[in-house]
Design a protein around this ligand. Structure first.
Ligand code: SAH
Ligand code: MG
Length: 214
């Protein structure tokens, strides 16, 4: 079942980087993973656009979506770069850094999903290191350098429960379409033998954890 019209409308109204078709695939994966009854984990909250979909699936299964971000933006979102949005800069004198946390909170409030989300403000590898419970889904959509994407995979994949889903966004086999780091992580996950591919929706890949040895 796709999201109800109010959730879809909140998703479409939210600022962010998740197209509708890929969002629907993410939502379907989250609903399926939700049946495991474990938290659904996202790396890369930004302004909460994809979080809405995980939260809606979490609500349905009586679990929770956990979303991790330092809220200071990725490299390509900094001032002067391609994906910069001046409306998410903290203009407080002496700060002047990106801060997507206030916008994220408004997004979730408007969607009526606050109580189904635990937001963690911090760096993904540091959060992964102190994390201590299995999760039903890991959605990797954080930093797109090799350093960040690899750290997200190495930090979070071990927390994925057996039969849990690993979802990776911005997977571009052709370098002409985008950066290669998420694609390399996707190849690595498949090569590990611990994952089986479930679906491909443009740049969104869904893998199931069917083995050990991540
Ligand atoms: N899922 C979002 C888009 C995420 S954009 C959507 O649907 O619109 C990527 C986000 O990852 C940015 O907000 C950035 O701050 C965050 N990020 C990048 N590297 C990170 C890291 N190492 N730890 C935590 N967050 C990180
Ligand atoms: Mg993305």
């Amino acid at each position: 079942m796709p999201p109800k019209p109010d959730i879809l409308a909140a998703f479409e109204a939210a600022k962010g980087f998740m197209p509708v078709d890929e969002g629907l695939a993410l939502h379907a994966a989250a609903r399926e993973a939700g049946r495991l009854g474990l938290p659904l984990l996202e790396v890369g909250t930004y302004c909460g656009r994809s979080t809405i979909l995980l939260a809606d699936a979490a609500r349905e299964s009586g679990t929770v979506a956990v979303t991790v971000d330092h809220h200071r933006g990725s490299e390509e979102q900094q001032p002067g770069w391609e994906y910069h949005d001046p409306s998410v800069v903290d203009e407080t004198p002496g700060v002047g850094r990106m801060d997507t946390l206030p916008t994220f909170r408004r997004t979730l409030y408007r969607a009526g999903l606050e109580e189904h989300v635990v937001a963690v403000v911090g760096r993904s590898p540091q959060v992964a290191k102190v994390w201590g419970t299995p999760v039903g889904l890991v959605f990797i959509d954080g930093g797109h350098t090799d350093e960040h994407a690899t750290a997200d995979y190495e930090g979070w994949a071990p927390h994925l429960a057996p039969e849990g889903l690993l979802v990776i966004h911005d997977v571009f086999p052709d370098p002409a379409d985008g950066g290669q780091a998420p694609y390399r992580v996707y190849r690595r996950a498949l090569a590990s033998g611990a994952f089986t591919e479930v679906s491909v929706t443009r740049s969104l890949r869904v893998l199931r954890r069917t083995g050990l040895g991540i």
